[in-house]
Design a protein around this ligand. Structure first.
Ligand SMILES: Cc1cc2nc3c(=O)[nH]c(=O)nc-3n(C[C@H](O)[C@H](O)[C@H](O)COP(=O)(O)OP(=O)(O)OC[C@H]3O[C@@H](n4cnc5c(N)ncnc54)[C@H](O)[C@@H]3O)c2cc1C
Length: 444
């Protein structure tokens, strides 16, 4: 008889798992449960539809319901799983009762951390996630005069940029001293903040949220620096692992708040795998578990979980976390640790910084690229990087993540080979310049 694989979650992890399970065992009966109306869309594109860079939401849908059915994946939409038992191999499904399974994959994703202040139930608070709600909120945005973005998280940065593009009076509040202060250093984020200010954004750093104010609907956001009048608050707080089902079923939760899994994405319960923002995985430099990574991590983890649940063998490696995004008029990105984070965690490091260029200096469109590299003292093994520029940031972040993973040193980077072609690359690669600057600082 075909094995029954049940997936709870229709996000990047759940759909990656479902597809991989069918790939590993084409005869498997794969069923996905999701609370949402849709699967197979990219939430990552939502801020860019709000900002009008992408003309419509339709483009964010990657596959139709029929396409998934054609792949043999049985998706139960708008269907809430209320519990599961690893012992009895059953899931409890609202409206369907107890459903048996052979293998279970938990991919329940994340919830935004509760703001934990009065007024969080008022109308006018937007949590960007479900595409149907985003389509509704997009219409609301047409009538919004002033908005407050709560917290300068990656989504917060995207939403500040989007709301500015939309012509809305945009405020950003964050308890940190600069935007994305966990992942970036002030010199990297400074051009972004300047470009937001040129667009009219008002930045309120070192400012904590005290409450949402209004009668039924939001009228202002109360902060440690006073009230900000607004019609809308976009809540961009930290992503927390949604582990409520798994906790109730007795699965082990780790120090970062995510489900503990092994390298095959198997949880502490027999026959139960997990993937995506509901789990935690070790960092490649520190081995410390981390949680709340990106959609690309969730998708890869899903594929590992799905393959293994269906009887295959696939492993997931510790992560070095490349990241990158457009914020204001700039691209920023990096890998692993910023100087600020390494210092806060007590990780010893040496730093090299350089400003290079993205194309030949005479080629139209050439832009500055600032690169900062962090290395372990002594071995000079690369442990972190950050960049700001206007092009080529993603590719450098991906490359540097592989460099961190494979133990590349600053000496390697200082003498790296690079492409020189006037429209796409300068004679001197900015990464190599930053590595040479680090060595020069050490007197090497
Ligand atoms: C606005 C936005 C922008 C983003 N931008 C980027 C980006 O630029 N780059 C990037 O890499 N990633 C991006 N992401 C991805 C994101 O940050 C997450 O990493 C990703 O969504 C995690 O996928 P997941 O499948 O683990 O969880 P989720 O996407 O949270 O999906 C969880 C799924 O579980 C289901 N579920 C939960 N509980 C139950 C239950 N009890 N019963 C039934 N179903 C349940 C939900 O319905 C949902 O389908 C963005 C996400 C958002 C929302």
């Amino acid at each position: 008889m075909a094995q029954r694989i049940v997936v709870v979650g229709g996000g990047a992890a759940g759909m990656g798992a479902a597809g991989a399970a069918r790939g590993a065992d084409p005869s498997a009966d794969v069923r996905v449960y999701t609370e949402f109306e849709d699967v197979g869309y990219s939430p990552c594109g939502i801020p860019y539809v709000h900002g009008k860079e992408i003309p419509d939401f339709e483009r964010l849908f990657l596959a139709t319901r029929e396409a998934y059915a054609g792949q043999g994946i049985d998706i139960h939409y708008e269907t809430r799983v209320t519990g599961f038992s690893a012992e009895h191999k059953t899931v409890s499904v609202h409206g369907e009762g107890e459903i048996g399974y052979d293998r279970l994959i938990v991919a329940t994703g994340f919830n935004y951390a509760s703001p934990g202040v009065p007024g969080a139930d008022l109308d006018g608070l937007y949590y960007v996630k479900n595409i149907r709600r985003a389509i509704e909120w997009d219409k609301v945005l047409d009538g919004v005069r002033a908005a407050v973005v709560v917290e300068a998280s990656p989504l917060g940065l995207e939403m500040v940029t989007a709301l500015c593009h939309r012509g809305i009076e945009t405020h950003l509040i964050d308890p940190g001293a600069w935007a994305l202060s966990v992942a970036t250093d002030p010199d990297i984020i400074a051009p972004v903040q300047e470009s937001w200010q040129e667009k009219g954004a008002k930045l309120h750093f070192n400012t904590t949220l005290k409450g949402f104010v209004g009668e039924g609907s939001l009228r202002a956001v109360a902060t440690s620096a006073g009230e900000i009048a607004c019609d809308l608050a976009v809540v961009c707080t930290k992503k927390e692992a949604n582990t409520s089902l798994a906790r109730a079923a007795g699965l082990r939760i780790g120090s970062a708040g995510g489900l503990i899994v092994d390298e095959r994405m198997h949880t502490s319960a027999p026959g139960v795998w997990a993937a995506g923002d509901c789990i935690e995985v070790p960092h490649s430099v520190t081995d410390i578990p981390i949680q709340g990574l990106s959609g690309s991590h969730a998708y890869s983890q899903g594929k590992v979980a799905g393959t293994n649940a269906a009887g295959g063998d696939r492993r997931y490696q510790p992560v070095s976390v490349p990241w990158g995004m457009v914020a204001g008029d700039w691209m920023i990105g990096g890998v692993s640790f910023s100087e600020t984070l390494a210092t806060a965690l007590g990780i010893p490091h040496v730093v090299g910084v350089a400003e290079g260029i993205s194309r030949a200096r005479y080629y139209p469109g050439v832009e500055k690229v600032r690169v900062k590299l962090l290395a372990e003292p002594g071995s000079l093994r690369l442990i972190g990087a950050q960049m700001v520029g206007r092009e080529g940031i993603k590719e450098r972040a991906d490359f540097l993540a592989m460099a961190v993973r494979t133990g590349i040193t600053i000496n390697d980077l200082a003498t790296m080979e690079n492409v020189y072609s006037p429209p796409i690359g300068a004679l001197n690669e900015p990464i190599a310049l930053a590595a040479q600057s680090l060595l020069a600082g050490l007197g090497s």
